[in-house]
Write a protein that binds this ligand. Structure first.
Ligand code: ING
Length: 314
Protein backbone atom coordinates (compact mmCIF):
# COMPACT_ATOMS: atom_id res chain seq x y z
CA UNK A 1 0.00 0.00 0.00
CA UNK A 2 1.21 3.50 -0.83
CA UNK A 3 -1.06 5.63 1.35
CA UNK A 4 -1.07 9.37 0.71
CA UNK A 5 -3.14 11.49 3.09
CA UNK A 6 -4.55 14.30 1.00
CA UNK A 7 -6.68 17.35 1.75
CA UNK A 8 -8.93 19.05 -0.75
CA UNK A 9 -8.75 22.58 0.64
CA UNK A 10 -12.03 24.25 -0.20
CA UNK A 11 -11.79 28.04 -0.12
CA UNK A 12 -14.87 30.13 0.52
CA UNK A 13 -15.64 33.16 -1.59
CA UNK A 14 -12.86 35.69 -2.21
CA UNK A 15 -14.29 39.18 -2.63
CA UNK A 16 -12.83 41.52 -5.24
CA UNK A 17 -11.81 43.82 -2.38
CA UNK A 18 -9.76 41.09 -0.67
CA UNK A 19 -5.99 41.59 -1.05
CA UNK A 20 -3.72 38.66 -1.99
CA UNK A 21 -1.99 38.89 1.40
CA UNK A 22 -5.33 38.35 3.12
CA UNK A 23 -6.12 35.37 0.90
CA UNK A 24 -2.69 33.85 1.53
CA UNK A 25 -3.36 34.15 5.27
CA UNK A 26 -6.47 32.00 4.80
CA UNK A 27 -4.53 29.48 2.69
CA UNK A 28 -1.76 29.32 5.31
CA UNK A 29 -4.35 28.54 8.00
CA UNK A 30 -5.66 25.66 5.89
CA UNK A 31 -2.10 24.43 5.21
CA UNK A 32 -1.25 24.49 8.93
CA UNK A 33 -4.49 22.68 9.80
CA UNK A 34 -3.83 20.04 7.12
CA UNK A 35 -0.26 19.52 8.39
CA UNK A 36 -1.60 19.12 11.92
CA UNK A 37 -3.86 16.38 10.50
CA UNK A 38 -0.75 14.71 8.98
CA UNK A 39 -1.71 15.47 5.37
CA UNK A 40 1.16 15.32 2.84
CA UNK A 41 -0.64 17.11 0.01
CA UNK A 42 -3.07 20.04 0.07
CA UNK A 43 -5.07 20.82 -3.08
CA UNK A 44 -6.21 24.45 -3.33
CA UNK A 45 -8.81 25.55 -5.91
CA UNK A 46 -8.58 27.15 -9.36
CA UNK A 47 -7.65 30.88 -9.34
CA UNK A 48 -7.18 30.64 -5.58
CA UNK A 49 -5.54 34.05 -5.08
CA UNK A 50 -8.36 36.25 -6.31
CA UNK A 51 -12.05 36.48 -6.88
CA UNK A 52 -13.31 34.72 -10.02
CA UNK A 53 -12.69 37.82 -12.13
CA UNK A 54 -13.93 36.32 -15.48
CA UNK A 55 -17.45 37.07 -14.16
CA UNK A 56 -16.74 40.76 -14.83
CA UNK A 57 -16.15 42.61 -18.11
CA UNK A 58 -13.18 44.97 -17.95
CA UNK A 59 -12.71 47.42 -20.83
CA UNK A 60 -9.14 48.22 -19.82
CA UNK A 61 -6.55 45.43 -20.16
CA UNK A 62 -4.65 46.83 -17.18
CA UNK A 63 -7.69 46.09 -15.00
CA UNK A 64 -7.63 42.49 -16.23
CA UNK A 65 -3.88 42.12 -15.74
CA UNK A 66 -4.15 43.28 -12.13
CA UNK A 67 -5.65 39.85 -11.38
CA UNK A 68 -2.61 38.00 -12.79
CA UNK A 69 0.64 36.85 -11.18
CA UNK A 70 3.89 37.61 -13.03
CA UNK A 71 5.87 35.34 -10.74
CA UNK A 72 5.00 32.41 -8.46
CA UNK A 73 6.39 32.26 -5.91
CA UNK A 74 6.17 36.03 -5.71
CA UNK A 75 6.11 38.50 -2.81
CA UNK A 76 2.53 37.67 -1.74
CA UNK A 77 2.74 33.90 -2.35
CA UNK A 78 6.25 33.21 -0.99
CA UNK A 79 4.90 32.59 2.55
CA UNK A 80 2.97 29.59 1.17
CA UNK A 81 6.14 27.99 -0.18
CA UNK A 82 8.09 28.75 3.00
CA UNK A 83 5.36 27.21 5.15
CA UNK A 84 5.08 24.17 2.88
CA UNK A 85 8.81 23.55 3.24
CA UNK A 86 8.69 24.02 7.03
CA UNK A 87 5.69 21.72 7.38
CA UNK A 88 6.85 19.17 4.79
CA UNK A 89 3.53 19.43 2.94
CA UNK A 90 3.15 19.55 -0.85
CA UNK A 91 0.43 21.69 -2.38
CA UNK A 92 -1.47 22.40 -5.59
CA UNK A 93 -2.32 26.05 -6.29
CA UNK A 94 -4.39 27.58 -9.07
CA UNK A 95 -3.71 31.15 -10.17
CA UNK A 96 -3.84 33.50 -13.17
CA UNK A 97 -0.42 33.51 -14.86
CA UNK A 98 0.91 36.36 -17.02
CA UNK A 99 4.08 35.40 -18.89
CA UNK A 100 6.12 36.68 -21.83
CA UNK A 101 6.69 33.99 -24.50
CA UNK A 102 8.60 34.66 -27.74
CA UNK A 103 8.18 38.38 -27.22
CA UNK A 104 4.41 38.15 -26.66
CA UNK A 105 2.43 38.41 -23.44
CA UNK A 106 0.42 35.28 -22.73
CA UNK A 107 -2.22 34.87 -20.03
CA UNK A 108 -3.06 31.42 -18.66
CA UNK A 109 -5.38 29.89 -16.10
CA UNK A 110 -2.59 27.96 -14.41
CA UNK A 111 -2.03 25.42 -11.64
CA UNK A 112 1.18 24.20 -10.07
CA UNK A 113 2.07 21.18 -7.95
CA UNK A 114 4.93 21.25 -5.46
CA UNK A 115 6.69 18.46 -3.59
CA UNK A 116 7.07 18.35 0.20
CA UNK A 117 10.04 20.76 0.04
CA UNK A 118 7.90 23.43 -1.64
CA UNK A 119 9.74 22.97 -4.97
CA UNK A 120 7.46 23.23 -8.01
CA UNK A 121 7.43 19.81 -9.74
CA UNK A 122 4.63 20.37 -12.25
CA UNK A 123 2.72 23.12 -14.03
CA UNK A 124 -0.51 22.92 -16.03
CA UNK A 125 -2.30 25.60 -18.06
CA UNK A 126 -6.03 25.18 -18.56
CA UNK A 127 -6.94 23.83 -22.00
CA UNK A 128 -10.75 23.75 -22.01
CA UNK A 129 -11.72 27.41 -21.55
CA UNK A 130 -15.48 27.69 -21.07
CA UNK A 131 -17.68 30.72 -21.48
CA UNK A 132 -17.33 33.39 -24.15
CA UNK A 133 -14.96 36.06 -25.50
CA UNK A 134 -17.39 38.97 -26.03
CA UNK A 135 -19.37 40.73 -23.35
CA UNK A 136 -22.95 39.40 -23.06
CA UNK A 137 -24.89 42.59 -22.23
CA UNK A 138 -28.05 40.77 -21.11
CA UNK A 139 -26.33 38.16 -18.92
CA UNK A 140 -26.60 38.43 -15.11
CA UNK A 141 -22.81 38.08 -15.00
CA UNK A 142 -20.10 37.20 -17.50
CA UNK A 143 -17.93 34.11 -18.00
CA UNK A 144 -15.05 35.65 -19.97
CA UNK A 145 -12.40 32.93 -19.71
CA UNK A 146 -12.16 32.83 -23.51
CA UNK A 147 -11.42 36.55 -23.47
CA UNK A 148 -8.97 36.72 -20.60
CA UNK A 149 -6.98 33.49 -21.02
CA UNK A 150 -4.98 31.81 -23.77
CA UNK A 151 -5.51 28.08 -24.33
CA UNK A 152 -2.97 26.16 -22.27
CA UNK A 153 0.20 25.16 -24.17
CA UNK A 154 1.58 22.45 -21.86
CA UNK A 155 -0.82 19.61 -22.64
CA UNK A 156 -2.20 17.14 -20.11
CA UNK A 157 0.80 15.69 -18.26
CA UNK A 158 1.69 13.57 -15.23
CA UNK A 159 4.60 13.84 -12.79
CA UNK A 160 6.23 11.34 -10.42
CA UNK A 161 5.75 12.91 -7.00
CA UNK A 162 4.63 11.99 -3.47
CA UNK A 163 5.28 8.32 -4.23
CA UNK A 164 2.89 8.16 -7.16
CA UNK A 165 2.00 9.36 -10.65
CA UNK A 166 0.19 12.68 -10.33
CA UNK A 167 -1.89 14.43 -12.97
CA UNK A 168 -3.52 17.87 -13.06
CA UNK A 169 -6.40 19.53 -14.83
CA UNK A 170 -8.56 22.60 -14.08
CA UNK A 171 -12.29 23.03 -13.62
CA UNK A 172 -14.02 22.80 -17.02
CA UNK A 173 -11.37 20.26 -18.13
CA UNK A 174 -13.13 17.75 -15.82
CA UNK A 175 -16.24 17.82 -18.04
CA UNK A 176 -14.32 16.52 -21.07
CA UNK A 177 -13.55 12.77 -21.14
CA UNK A 178 -10.50 13.47 -23.33
CA UNK A 179 -8.81 15.14 -20.36
CA UNK A 180 -9.10 12.04 -18.23
CA UNK A 181 -8.14 9.53 -20.93
CA UNK A 182 -4.95 11.40 -21.88
CA UNK A 183 -3.99 11.44 -18.19
CA UNK A 184 -5.08 7.82 -17.77
CA UNK A 185 -2.97 6.74 -20.75
CA UNK A 186 0.04 8.24 -18.95
CA UNK A 187 -0.70 6.16 -15.88
CA UNK A 188 -2.15 8.85 -13.60
CA UNK A 189 -2.85 7.40 -10.15
CA UNK A 190 -4.20 10.67 -8.73
CA UNK A 191 -5.55 13.70 -10.60
CA UNK A 192 -5.78 16.95 -8.65
CA UNK A 193 -7.88 19.89 -9.79
CA UNK A 194 -9.47 23.10 -8.62
CA UNK A 195 -12.73 24.63 -9.81
CA UNK A 196 -14.85 27.77 -9.66
CA UNK A 197 -18.32 26.74 -10.83
CA UNK A 198 -21.06 29.37 -10.81
CA UNK A 199 -24.30 28.11 -9.30
CA UNK A 200 -26.31 29.85 -12.03
CA UNK A 201 -26.21 29.09 -15.74
CA UNK A 202 -26.17 32.44 -17.62
CA UNK A 203 -27.38 30.95 -20.92
CA UNK A 204 -30.61 29.14 -19.98
CA UNK A 205 -32.65 28.03 -17.00
CA UNK A 206 -30.75 25.15 -15.39
CA UNK A 207 -32.07 23.77 -12.08
CA UNK A 208 -29.36 24.45 -9.49
CA UNK A 209 -29.16 20.82 -8.35
CA UNK A 210 -27.80 19.91 -11.83
CA UNK A 211 -24.67 21.97 -11.19
CA UNK A 212 -23.68 19.67 -8.33
CA UNK A 213 -24.89 16.61 -10.24
CA UNK A 214 -22.74 17.32 -13.33
CA UNK A 215 -19.75 18.20 -11.15
CA UNK A 216 -19.92 14.90 -9.28
CA UNK A 217 -20.72 12.94 -12.45
CA UNK A 218 -17.66 14.39 -14.21
CA UNK A 219 -15.12 13.61 -11.50
CA UNK A 220 -16.63 10.21 -10.64
CA UNK A 221 -16.68 9.11 -14.28
CA UNK A 222 -13.15 10.42 -14.83
CA UNK A 223 -11.92 8.56 -11.79
CA UNK A 224 -13.60 5.23 -12.55
CA UNK A 225 -12.94 5.11 -16.31
CA UNK A 226 -9.24 5.68 -15.71
CA UNK A 227 -8.90 3.92 -12.37
CA UNK A 228 -7.45 7.01 -10.74
CA UNK A 229 -7.99 8.97 -7.54
CA UNK A 230 -9.44 12.45 -8.00
CA UNK A 231 -9.05 15.33 -5.55
CA UNK A 232 -11.25 18.30 -6.47
CA UNK A 233 -11.18 21.57 -4.51
CA UNK A 234 -13.77 24.33 -4.97
CA UNK A 235 -13.62 28.02 -4.56
CA UNK A 236 -17.17 28.21 -3.23
CA UNK A 237 -19.88 30.35 -1.71
CA UNK A 238 -20.60 34.00 -2.22
CA UNK A 239 -18.21 36.16 -4.23
CA UNK A 240 -19.29 39.75 -4.85
CA UNK A 241 -22.91 38.65 -4.65
CA UNK A 242 -22.53 35.67 -6.97
CA UNK A 243 -22.66 32.06 -5.76
CA UNK A 244 -20.15 29.34 -6.64
CA UNK A 245 -20.97 25.70 -5.89
CA UNK A 246 -19.08 23.88 -3.16
CA UNK A 247 -18.89 20.07 -3.23
CA UNK A 248 -15.11 19.67 -2.89
CA UNK A 249 -14.55 15.95 -2.97
CA UNK A 250 -12.15 13.05 -3.07
CA UNK A 251 -13.12 10.22 -5.43
CA UNK A 252 -11.58 6.73 -5.36
CA UNK A 253 -10.55 4.81 -8.51
CA UNK A 254 -13.82 2.88 -8.18
CA UNK A 255 -15.67 6.17 -8.80
CA UNK A 256 -17.01 6.41 -5.27
CA UNK A 257 -16.97 9.73 -3.45
CA UNK A 258 -15.07 8.87 -0.26
CA UNK A 259 -15.08 12.36 1.27
CA UNK A 260 -16.98 15.55 0.46
CA UNK A 261 -17.31 19.08 1.83
CA UNK A 262 -20.34 19.88 3.95
CA UNK A 263 -20.03 23.66 3.95
CA UNK A 264 -19.56 26.47 1.41
CA UNK A 265 -16.62 27.97 3.28
CA UNK A 266 -12.97 27.25 4.01
CA UNK A 267 -12.95 23.52 4.74
CA UNK A 268 -10.51 20.62 4.54
CA UNK A 269 -11.79 17.39 2.99
CA UNK A 270 -9.28 14.73 4.03
CA UNK A 271 -8.79 11.09 3.04
CA UNK A 272 -6.05 8.43 3.19
CA UNK A 273 -5.66 7.51 -0.48
CA UNK A 274 -3.99 4.17 -1.22
CA UNK A 275 -2.31 4.84 -4.58
CA UNK A 276 -2.36 1.07 -5.28
CA UNK A 277 -6.14 0.98 -4.99
CA UNK A 278 -6.72 1.28 -8.74
CA UNK A 279 -4.35 -1.56 -9.63
CA UNK A 280 -7.02 -4.29 -9.90
CA UNK A 281 -9.16 -2.13 -12.21
CA UNK A 282 -6.16 -1.26 -14.36
CA UNK A 283 -5.17 -4.95 -14.53
CA UNK A 284 -8.66 -6.08 -15.59
CA UNK A 285 -11.54 -3.85 -16.62
CA UNK A 286 -9.35 -0.91 -17.71
CA UNK A 287 -6.36 -2.80 -19.04
CA UNK A 288 -6.01 -0.27 -21.87
CA UNK A 289 -3.52 -2.45 -23.81
CA UNK A 290 -5.99 -5.36 -24.02
CA UNK A 291 -9.30 -3.55 -24.43
CA UNK A 292 -8.93 -0.18 -26.14
CA UNK A 293 -9.40 -0.05 -29.94
CA UNK A 294 -7.88 3.26 -31.05
CA UNK A 295 -8.32 2.29 -34.71
CA UNK A 296 -12.01 3.07 -34.16
CA UNK A 297 -11.53 6.33 -32.25
CA UNK A 298 -10.17 8.50 -35.10
CA UNK A 299 -13.10 10.93 -35.07
CA UNK A 300 -12.19 12.05 -31.56
CA UNK A 301 -8.97 13.78 -32.59
CA UNK A 302 -9.66 14.46 -36.28
CA UNK A 303 -11.88 17.51 -35.60
CA UNK A 304 -13.40 19.52 -32.76
CA UNK A 305 -16.87 18.91 -34.20
CA UNK A 306 -18.60 17.98 -37.49
CA UNK A 307 -21.28 20.59 -36.95
CA UNK A 308 -20.55 24.34 -36.74
CA UNK A 309 -21.20 26.12 -33.45
CA UNK A 310 -24.33 28.29 -33.36
CA UNK A 311 -23.08 30.38 -30.41
CA UNK A 312 -22.73 34.06 -31.38
CA UNK A 313 -19.41 35.06 -29.82
CA UNK A 314 -17.42 37.17 -32.20
N1 ING B 1 -16.24 26.95 -14.39
C1 ING B 1 -17.35 26.20 -14.80
C2 ING B 1 -17.09 24.69 -14.87
O1 ING B 1 -16.84 24.12 -15.90
C3 ING B 1 -19.10 25.96 -16.44
C4 ING B 1 -17.92 26.73 -16.05
C5 ING B 1 -20.01 25.54 -15.49
C6 ING B 1 -19.26 25.64 -17.73
C7 ING B 1 -21.12 24.76 -15.89
C8 ING B 1 -20.34 24.89 -18.15
C9 ING B 1 -21.28 24.45 -17.21
O2 ING B 1 -17.23 24.09 -13.81
C10 ING B 1 -14.98 27.01 -14.90
N2 ING B 1 -14.19 27.92 -14.31
O3 ING B 1 -14.60 26.31 -15.81
Amino acid sequence: MRVLRVAAAQVGGIQSTERREQVVERLLALLEQAAADHCRLVVFPELTLTTFFPRTFYGDQADVDAWFETAVPGPETAPLFVAARRLGVAFHLGYAELVRQEGRVRRYNTAILTDETGAIVGKYRKIHLPGHARRLPDAPFQHLEKRYFDVGDLGFRVWEALGGTMGMCICNDRRWPETWRVLGLQGAEMVVLGYNTPEENIHYREPPHLRMFSHRLSIQAGAYQNATWVVAAAKSGLEDGHRLIAGSAIVSPTGEIVAEASTEGDELVIHDCDLDFGADLRRTMFDFARHRRPEHYGLITSAASYRPSTFQDG
